[in-house]
Design a protein around this ligand. Structure first.
Ligand code: GAP
Length: 435
């Protein structure tokens, strides 16, 4: 993890937020390469969940909403974590994080027992509070959303009324969520502000188990297709006692994190009709569905795959990080690589080489329509390694032969093998490889 965190900072993937002021715990900023990686992950998710299907539509609800939303959803009452405070230094911990509590206890030998003294467990609501309008009073209090899902449920009827969707269908959205986590940590794993990718897939009651199973498998396949190693990822069905009271079943996709072993990357929940029923009750609006074909009305069940973009970034970075004899390589799936190809003139001070390389770079930029790098500094080996470290799948070198026969070398990141390709075929060659 230390090496990955250092790489992320050195190469501009991730920076600590407010670093010049000492940093803020659990809040991170994405640098130029980080935002490119995040965008590629989101694009792949959106393509697989919305664009490539005819039964899912996209959505983008707001971060702020009526506080009633959180009352109805149950977040106001029960989106809490158990909190205890060390009476000696007033540091706060999650009461269910036994290992951290034990470790902390060891730092207070002055108590004689070598143990910290703890307050009773309190329940701490994780929602960030804010105010709508200029008055900071109870009446105007609302919350930053802790999940995007509720924005979908409260718009269920709007989507039904304005599109041609019929059950079964889904509504997908990518957006920010905020949680005032008691303890943050492990880099992007547990943070206080993060983007999430969520789908609510609505089904007829009775058909929910089938769809739940379908989405569990689909989501696992998505990670495997994007290169996550089979041995590092698995589907786990949670026992009844570990899931929300309204859930009919929850599975998680677990990744083998270096800091904790297998643990949650994504959740897939069968939320039943809980959310639509609650919003219907609290708003006194009809949120049921009429099945024209079978002439029956019901409140649909929702199957929900949900994952944090940051957690996915972390899994893809960890899984692709590899140290070889004299290089570090991010063996990212080319679709996720922040930069798709880099162009180098063999010698920067030879004008015809530099000119030809620039022309190839400009051409690739417009034909590939993705990030292409140009590098003319230092020796060629160093330029290759610099691109390997950020996961660029192809490096193109313009050398003296290029001037004679209009060919270039294309080096493959993973095999380090080079092939000579005609300049006029370069863009279709790269496109084919990226696909
Ligand atoms: N709407 C369902 C929902 O919010 P969740 O399990 O609380 O479910 C979904 O969160 C996903 O969001 C998790 O599987 C994880 O990937 C990510 N996530 C949750 N809390 C997070 C945090 N504090 N920091 C980073 N990612 C988080």
């Amino acid at each position: 993890m230390e090496k990955i965190v250092a790489l992320c900072k050195r190469r501009g993937f991730v920076f600590q937020n407010s670093e010049i002021y000492g940093g803020v715990n659990g809040i991170w900023d994405l640098g130029p390469l980080g935002v490119a990686l995040a965008n590629n992950i989101k694009k792949e998710w959106w393509n697989s969940m919305v664009i490539s299907r005819n039964d899912v539509v996209g959505f983008d609800s707001s971060i702020l909403s009526s506080p009633k939303v959180w009352e109805a959803s149950g977040h106001l009452k029960s989106f809490t974590d158990p909190l205890i405070e060390c009476k000696i230094c007033h540091e706060r911990f999650r009461a269910d994080h036994k290992k951290e509590i034990e470790e902390h206890g060891k730092t207070h030998p002055s108590t004689g027992s070598g143990q910290a003294k703890w307050t009773d467990v309190k329940h701490f609501n994780l929602m960030f509070k804010t105010f709508l309008g200029p008055l900071d009073d109870e009446k105007n209090k609302t919350y930053l959303r802790p999940e995007t899902a509720q924005g979908i449920f409260i718009n269920f009827q709007n989507v039904l009324a304005t599109t041609r969707v019929k059950i079964p269908f889904g509504i997908a959205q990518i957006g920010r969520g905020f949680r005032n986590e008691i303890t943050t940590g492990n880099f992007l794993f547990r943070v206080r502000e993060f983007e999430m990718m969520e789908l609510e897939f609505f089904t007829e009651p009775g058909k929910d188990s089938e769809w739940f199973d379908y989405w569990r498998k689909e989501r696992l396949k998505w990670y495997l297709n994007l290169g996550i190693k089979k041995e590092n990822i698995k589907l786990v069905d949670l026992p009844k006692e570990d899931i929300a009271h309204y859930s009919k079943g929850t599975s998680e996709i677990w990744y083998n994190w270096p800091f904790m072993g297998f643990g949650e990357l994504e959740g897939i929940a069968n939320r039943g009709d809980y959310d639509l029923s609650q919003h219907s009750k609290f708003s006194a609006k009809e949120l049921s569905y009429f099945d024209e074909e079978n002439k029956k009305r019901f409140i649909p069940y929702a199957i929900e795959p949900s994952v944090g973009v940051g957690r996915a970034i972390l899994a893809f970075l960890i899984d692709s990080y590899s140290e070889e004899k004299d290089r570090v390589v991010l063996k990212l799936h080319p679709k996720l690589s922040p930069i798709k190809a880099a162009v180098f003139p063999l010698l920067a001070n030879k004008l015809p080489l530099a000119k030809m390389a620039r022309a190839i770079y400009d051409n690739l930029k417009s034909s590939i329509r993705d990030s292409i790098a140009f590098d003319e500094r230092g020796n060629i080996g160093k330029r290759y390694y610099s691109q390997d470290e950020i996961g660029t799948p192809f490096c193109i070198t313009v050398d003296f032969q290029s001037l004679e026969d209009q060919t270039v070398t294309v080096r493959d990141r993973d095999t380090m093998k080079q092939e000579r390709i005609k300049v006029k075929e370069l863009s279709s060659f790269i496109k084919k490889k990226l696909d």
